[in-house]
Design a binder for this molecule. Structure first.
Ligand SMILES: [Zn+2]
Ligand SMILES: [Zn+2]
Length: 252
């Protein structure tokens, strides 16, 4: 039997700032005493980059065909990112309910489209996946690694590890950069501004269950038709007062 999708309607409206602030304060108050935000940021990067370096060091004269597996894996992982975000982070799915609780009622309620920025580094915890997530991804994908190692080639198995770890680290860095204050130089760079806009749209509570599930490159969103396109002004349901202003050409 398929897991039932959780009823998320209560999270699908933008709450007033005071209420979001209370939820934010409660989430931060639940931070364990041993938590280190810089440790949280560094651990997946060190593990991921370490595994990428080890995988590349173990490659044995990879052929062009071996290297072709890199774009194929990155494409498949992009589709998987879309699937996990839509069906695990936005739907309560046993045994990974914790990911839903951290994402939909917490991350999405605290950070909304017009208020995306973290207020301090303590809020890394509200954005990054749990610190052990990268190890969980490495371990849970070991059956695929083993299948590639024994059935395809050692090089393809090593490139698979390098790609999945690289993708996970990129996901974390990109997601964190979208939630930096807009004045931050990283947030102001052109590629981050474009990707941030895509993710900020997903942070509109009314849209989050249906649109813009890619956090990295919105390839799967584009292929699966889930890129949200804002209606043109003329198509929007404009309130009568606004319609009068539009007709009269007034911008005030
Ligand atoms: Zn986010
Ligand atoms: Zn989401």
């Amino acid at each position: 039997m398929l897991p039932q999708r959780a009823d998320t309607r209560e999270y699908e409206t933008t709450l007033p700032l005071a209420k979001r602030d209370r939820i934010r304060a409660a989430a931060l108050a639940a931070t364990p005493w041993w938590y280190s935000e810089w440790g949280h940021l560094a651990f997946p990067s060190v593990v991921g980059i370490g595994l990428i370096a080890a995988s590349i060091a173990l490659l044995d004269k990879p052929t062009a065909l071996d290297l072709l597996s890199v774009p194929v894996v990155l494409f498949l992982v992009n589709i998987n990112e879309w699937h996990i975000h839509r069906n695990i982070l936005h739907a309560r799915t046993w045994p990974l309910e914790i990911l839903f609780w951290r994402h939909t009622p917490e991350h999405h309620v605290i950070f909304v489209r017009d208020d995306m920025a973290m207020r301090s580094t303590r809020e890394f915890r509200l954005v990054l996946i749990p610190f052990y997530g990268i190890l969980a991804i490495f371990v849970s994908s070991l059956p695929i690694t083993a299948a590639l190692w024994f059935l395809v080639s050692h090089n393809v198995a090593l490139l698979w590890v390098a790609c999945t770890m690289g993708y996970t680290v990129a996901y974390e860095w990109l997601h964190l950069s979208y939630h930096l204050p807009e004045s931050n130089p990283i947030a102001r760079s052109a590629p981050i501004r474009v990707l941030r806009r895509h993710h900020a749209m997903h942070h509109t509570p009314e849209l989050m269950q249906r649109w813009n599930f890619n956090v990295t490159v919105p390839l799967a969103d584009w292929l699966l038709g889930t890129v949200y396109r804002e209606p043109a002004v003329s198509e929007r349901a404009v309130a009568p007062e606004g319609r009068r202003r539009l007709r009269s050409g007034s911008s005030a």
